[in-house]
Each structure stands twice: as structure tokens, then as C-alpha cells.
Design a protein around this ligand. Structure first.
Ligand code: FO1
Length: 309
């Protein structure tokens, strides 16, 4: 039986790395958001898959949390001299992966197959599965119109005011064949942005039905600590969508899906509000700076699942 970790972005990758120190490759599958994927300059780019893969392979750029360590930027510099689009920063090493993935997809391989090949070439022994092989794309409805995800996130630096999220093609998208719904013993929802990273996974019909008719526990880790997002626009988006930008606001958003919820020690005062929703609480330090922080938080999640089983 396998634990599924639902993940996207940098916070999700950090907890995922911790989980690999607590569980063996047979015990966990990482289910990764593909709503951020896009085609840029003819290349198929899967930022959340790459962030996780680079993190698990130990080659991620630690300063940004995405992209490669020891990166060079010659191609981007040349592109600038052509006055080409350079708002999305693609380093030389990273580009090699996008070229490789694009070529394999063009030859008819699925994103699941390509991700598997990339993981094995980078020495990642854990199963990293795109949530779906279909081209599910997040669109952000804002005061500047409906925007493709990376236009909102990178080009416009999350500045537009968000009113709604849309997940295109979600109804026809099936789960990746790397995910076996009959073999799930628990789910960890990583401290990723709920709207941008986790909802595109939860919105898949097969994932929704797996999580609503289940005999295994689900725990989430709050991406909000001390009423602020650890990284990225989660709190800003929540305020713009008239939600409470607290760990309790995130719990209300996930609500019926959750059996357990891990919140930071600093947020202990929100516990009774969340427990009133019928969700059990664990307090733990949840800012993950060191590998020890990541492993300790992962252990809290795995022990919590065990207790709720
Ligand atoms: N994020 C940025 O803020 N600016 C970038 O130029 C950028 C480039 C980039 C290239 C490859 C990659 O895998 C990720 C990249 N990201 C960049 C991060 C990415 O847009 C976001 O982390 C996710 O899509 C949100 O989880």
C-alpha cells in the first residue's frame, strides 16, 4: 500500500524531500500538479515536476527553490540580444531537460513516461507522477482578465487581483496511470498553494472520487504560518477572494477532505476553530529551512496518518 503526497511548488518539494527520508520508494508516490505546465518557445515545460525532481535529485537551486544549481544563462543572454521573450528564465542546464522532454512527447511518449525516464536519469528512485497526462491548465481570473498561469505568476509577478481559478480540461482528464487508486493507504497534502498547486489535482474527477469514498486518512500541512504564506501569493490570493488568510482559512477550504491538519506552533490559537470542523490537529514547527526540519515535519505527517488509520 502506498501513501500519496499531493504536491506542487517549492514548499511541496521541501516536505517531499523530508518524506523520502522517512519512507521507502515502495511506500510513497508523489502526485504532482501540472496546472502550471505550459508551452514556451516551442518547449513543453513542467515547472512543478521539475522542481520536485531536481529537489529529490539534490540538484535544485537552493536560493530560488526552482531550476538547477550551478546554472549558466548563455542561451537566455543570446535570446535577450534577439529581443525574444525572456520573462521566463530558462537556464542552460534546465533547457536541456525541456528539449529532452519536448522531443520525447513529440515522439508519442506520455508525460508519465517522460517523467519516469527523467527521474531515472537523474537518479531519483521515488515515483514522481504527474497528476494527469492530459493537458490540464490553470487559468487565473483577475482584474486584468483571464490569464494563463505563468503569465499571472511570473510575467505579472502575481500582481493582478484574483477573483477565481479555472482548471481547463479537468473533466476529461484522467489520473496518471502511475497512480493506483486501489493501493492507497493515506494521503499527505503538502504545504503548497491550495488554489494553484493542490486544487488542480483535487479537481480531477478520479481524484475527487478517490478522496470522497475512502477508507484511508488524509492529512494536510498548512502553507500559512502566523497568518502569512511561507512563500508565494497564497495569503494575498485568499484576501482577494474574501477568505480568511490564516491556517484556519485553508482548513475551511479543504474541510471535508481532511481528517488531520498540521499547523505551526505559532498558530496554536487557531486549533479550536479548526477542530470545530471535525478535523484533528497536530502542532509542529513547519518552517523548513534545513534537511532536519524537513525530515521532522515529514515524520509528524507519517505518524499522524498512522494514528488516524
Ligand atoms: N519562477 C519565477 O518566479 N520566475 C522565473 O523566471 C521562473 C522560471 C522557471 C523555469 C523553470 C522552472 O521549472 C520553474 C521556473 N519558475 C520561475 C518557477 C515556477 O514558475 C513556479 O515555481 C511554479 O510554476 C509555481 O509553483
Amino acid at each position: 500500500m502506498t501513501i500519496l503526497a499531493l504536491t506542487g511548488g517549492v514548499g511541496g518539494a521541501k516536505l517531499s524531500l523530508g518524506l523520502t527520508h522517512v519512507l521507502t520508494p515502495n511506500e510513497i508516490t508523489f502526485v504532482v500538479n501540472v496546472g502550471d505546465d505550459f508551452e514556451h518557445m516551442g518547449l513543453s515545460i513542467s515547472p512543478d515536476i521539475d522542481t520536485l525532481t531536481y529537489t529529490l535529485a539534490g540538484v535544485v537551486n537552493e536560493a530560488t527553490g526552482w531550476g538547477r544549481a550551478d546554472e549558466s544563462w548563455d542561451c537566455l543572454t543570446e535570446l535577450k540580444s534577439f529581443e525574444a521573450d525572456t520573462w521566463f528564465q530558462l537556464g542552460d542546464r534546465d533547457l536541456a531537460l525541456h528539449l529532452f522532454r519536448t522531443a520525447l512527447l513529440k515522439r508519442g511518449k506520455s508525460l508519465t513516461e517522460v517523467t519516469d525516464i527523467v527521474c531515472s536519469r537523474l537518479g531519483v528512485k521515488y515515483k514522481v507522477a504527474p497528476a494527469t497526462d492530459a493537458s490540464l491548465r490553470t487559468r487565473v481570473v483577475t482584474d486584468q482578465g483571464s490569464l494563463a498561469f505563468q503569465d499571472y505568476f511570473v510575467r505579472l509577478k502575481c500582481e493582478p487581483k484574483v477573483s477565481e481559478l479555472e482548471y481547463h480540461q479537468r473533466t476529461i482528464a484522467s489520473l496518471s496511470p502511475a497512480i493506483d487508486p486501489d493501493d492507497v493507504s493515506g494521503v499527505v497534502i503538502c504545504p503548497s498553494n491550495p488554489f494553484l498547486s493542490i486544487d488542480p489535482i483535487l479537481e480531477l474527477d478520479e481524484m475527487r472520487s478517490l478522496l470522497t469514498n475512502r477508507d484511508f486518512p488524509v492529512v494536510a500541512v498548512s502553507p500559512i504560518v502566523g497568518d502569512r504564506a511561507i512563500k508565494g501569493p497564497t495569503a494575498k490570493m485568499m484576501r482577494e477572494m474574501n477568505m480568511s488568510a490564516t491556517c484556519a482559512g485553508v482548513a475551511q477550504h479543504y474541510h471535508e477532505l481532511l481528517d488531520g491538519y498540521v499547523i505551526d506552533d505559532i498558530d496554536a490559537h487557531h486549533a479550536s476553530e479548526i477542530e470545530a470542523l471535525g478535523i484533528r490537529i497536530r502542532n509542529a514547527p513547519s518552517i523548513m529551512r534545513t534537511i532536519e526540519d524537513k525530515v521532522a515535519l515529514a515524520k509528524v505527517c507519517v505518524d499522524f496518518l498512522e494514528e488516524l488509520r
